[in-house]
Ligand binder design. Structure first.
Ligand code: GCW
Length: 678
């Protein structure tokens, strides 16, 4: 009898068990689809693992007309793009490569998921970038630097024998948005990554990813020859060092014939590099490039370099790399963070874009929210990505946007690529926050087509991930689209930057003054608040970072009257009573911005609570809880920054905004136990 009751209970709960929504499916949800079309309704020739995946997806999920998958070498100019055409009752997807066919299949599935019309299709897609790459900052011990979604997906201890099913799921999800490359390990790279036993593990991952059109790359430690090769040093100009790399490359390519290449963080934040031997970044990058060249591999050399010096940190990459322009091999690409400091909620764009005229350049974004509330805050990053890509550098006259510089439109670049630091971990929902999935999605979509709008991408993602009901889509889209500006407002409005708590970067610490430590890791170095005003003077009379920008931006940014207000404290030290465009003083404006950030998050909570009817209970409550944290954190940020800056401005917090609820002295005592180095 008891057993019987248990059975009844299980039976009644069945629909909930089956349809439990834990976010693990990401945007590849097909809640009402039991089966796709039968194999007879798929026309294709030849056998190939990628093609088999494409067919399997159609047979599992596609509910429309007959599909023909056609490889067509004449479409080579589309690279791994594709053409989709409706033709007398069927749909023909053609592409030069099988990966293009797979992307085409995900395209029509997306149309089905978003309930778009697919009766008269005539679509031609060509990716904006050849290499669309995720950078994992995963360590060999399973931790992830700046990772907020649990441990690493890569189970190094189990590999090469045990293969987690998530490797393939990961590859599939990436393929669905066109990501075709991944760097498996942290740029703060362990030399052990290149040990033979690890390479055999890497091979297994590469073998799983290959059918999904994904190539594997590795971050390498510049000292590897010395550390694991037992050489005396790792001087790139030494023959035995070069020989070591040569043999290593052969070993890698024997295991992984389509290996992508190396990503290198050198002479930055304590990492070894060519400068340890009096050599330049070009010497180091070229040595590796020469070794990879015969195998078809490339070097992505990072421009994120700065040393503890008197020079403004925002200027250092430009100072270092511009003199090397023209000296890099054609299979080297310089990987440049979107801003010149470090993935801040808002930065001016990195002036290195466009400044290297004879060298391929690529953007590095950060999807993981190191500086944006980890996986606790809802911050949709497509507007940030777009802001960078659409920035006009004026390097080759008006219209020289970062998108056009990096995608090869403006200059025939040898290599075109775009990268982002992943936010993926072993959490069931992959990214910690359900809405952080949207940032992975948005990066992939923009890497495929940087002309898509943040709004369109949000629209697709919401419909695929949650529901297409307008009563849900529209308000949620509104939240997403304003969320980045909201985060800027409650953390660092008007161009403020890097006033985070030290090390872990969660929460405010504008008072942070690491006397005796590195000034360029101290908040007070970045905000420069004093009795006169606040902000970093980067004008000609300050650090002169403005001169690294092409005309007319150097003058626009350099003049307080013409500098965009959202960057005013990035470029200027501004008096507290400076009159802003809306008539408020700088101090009032700052206070209003912080307050509006807080109010917006409260609004998001209200809107989300009204969405309950449209979302499964699991994801509804999880997002709801995260919004509570975000609301509390926003108030924490606002109080910490306003109360602290008030000690300089000596002005009242405008009376029509919410009053602080904390004491400054209490906030100063907060020390979160989240470990990290800087
Ligand atoms: O954003 C900073 C991070 C470091 C990171 C570094 C980098 C991988 O705080 O954790 O190291 O940038 O991009 O190299």
């Amino acid at each position: 009898m008891r057993n019987f009751r248990v059975y009844i209970l299980i039976f009644l709960l069945m629909p909930f068990i089956i349809f439990a929504e834990d976010g693990s499916k990401l945007w590849l949800r097909f809640p009402n689809v039991k089966n796709g079309i039968s194999s007879e309704k798929i026309i294709s020739k030849g056998k190939n693992p990628t093609l088999e995946i494409a067919k399997k997806e159609l047979m599992s999920y596609w509910q429309g007309q007959t599909i023909e998958l056609r490889t067509d070498k004449s479409l080579k100019n589309l690279k791994d793009g594709y053409v989709i055409k409706s033709n007398s009752g069927k749909i023909i997807i053609s592409a030069a490569k099988e990966s293009g066919l797979l992307y085409g299949v995900y395209h029509i599935l997306r149309l089905q998921q978003t309930k778009s019309d697919f009766s008269h299709l005539n679509i031609t897609e060509k990716p904006s970038y050849d290499i669309r790459i995720l950078n994992h900052w995963d360590n060999l011990d399973g931790t992830i630097e700046r990772g907020y979604a649990g441990h690493s997906l890569w189970k190094w201890e189990d590999l090469p024998n045990k293969i987690s099913p998530r490797y393939e799921e990961y590859a599939r999800v990436n393929a669905s948005i066109g990501i075709n490359s991944v760097v498996l390990n942290n740029v703060n790279a362990s030399p052990n990554m290149l040990r033979t036993d690890y390479l055999q593990k890497v091979k297994v991952l590469a073998d799983v990813f290959r059918a999904y059109g994904i190539k594997v790359y590795l971050s390498v430690n510049f000292s590897s020859p010395k550390v694991i090769g037992g050489l005396e040093n790792s001087d790139p100009l030494h023959k035995n060092v070069q020989q070591w790399w040569k043999e290593k490359a052969s070993e890698i390519y024997n295991l992984i014939p389509d290996f992508g290449g190396f990503l290198v963080k050198a002479n930055s934040e304590g990492q070894p590099g060519p400068q340890d031997y009096g050599r330049t970044h070009a010497d180091g990058a070229n040595m590796m490039a020469d070794i990879l060249k015969p195998h078809g591999g490339i070097v992505m050399w990072r421009a994120f370099v700065y040393s503890p010096s008197k020079e403004d940190r925002a200027k250092q990459a430009h100072l270092e790399f511009v003199p090397l322009d023209g000296k890099f091999r054609d299979n080297v690409i310089i990987q440049i963070k979107n801003g010149p400091v470090d993935f801040q909620p808002r930065e001016a764009f990195n002036p290195l874009f466009g400044a290297l005229k004879k060298t391929s350049e690529m953007v590095e974004f950060q999807i993981t929210q190191e500086y944006l509330g980890f996986s606790n805050h809802l911050v949709y990053l497509a507007p940030l990505f777009k802001e960078t890509l659409d920035s006009d550098t004026y390097s080759d006259g008006k219209g020289s946007t970062i998108a056009k510089i990096t995608d090869g439109t403006l200059r025939p670049a040898q290599l075109t690529a775009i990268s982002a630091v992943a936010n993926i971990g072993e959490d069931t929902n992959w990214t910690g926050h359900h809405f952080a999935q949207a940032n992975w999605y948005a990066f992939g979509r923009l890497a495929w087509n940087h002309e898509l709008s943040a709004e369109n991408i949000a629209d697709e993602w919401i419909k695929m991930t949650f529901t297409d009901k307008a009563a849900f889509v529209n308000p949620v889209k509104k939240i997403m689209l304003s969320s980045r500006e909201t985060a800027v407002d409650y953390m660092m409005p008007l161009g403020l930057h890097h006033i985070f708590a030290s090390g872990h970067h969660y929460g405010p610490e504008p008072w942070g003054d690491y006397k005796g430590g590195r000034p360029d890791w101290s908040p007070v170095y970045y905000h420069q608040a004093n009795a006169q005003g606040i902000g970093f003077d980067r004008t000609k009379t300050g650090s002169d970072a403005v001169s690294q920008y092409f005309s007319p931006l150097n003058t626009i940014y350099g003049d307080i009257e013409t500098c965009p207000e959202n960057l005013i404290l990035w470029f200027h030290h501004v008096p507290w009573n400076y009159k802003m465009k809306d008539g408020k003083t700088l101090w009032e404006e700052l206070a209003f911005k912080y307050d509006s950030g807080v109010q917006n998050v409260r609004e998001y909570q209200k809107v989300w609570d009204q969405m309950e009817a449209y979302v499964d209970p699991e994801r509804f409550t999880q997002v709801q809880s995260k919004l509570k944290i975000q609301a509390k954190d926003a108030v924490w940020w606002k109080d910490a920054c306003l109360l602290y800056f008030q000690t300089f401005s000596k002005m009242p917090i405008p009376y029509d905004i919410e009053r602080p609820v904390h004491e400054l002295e209490d906030l100063k005592k907060i020390k979160l136990d989240l470990k990290h180095h800087n």
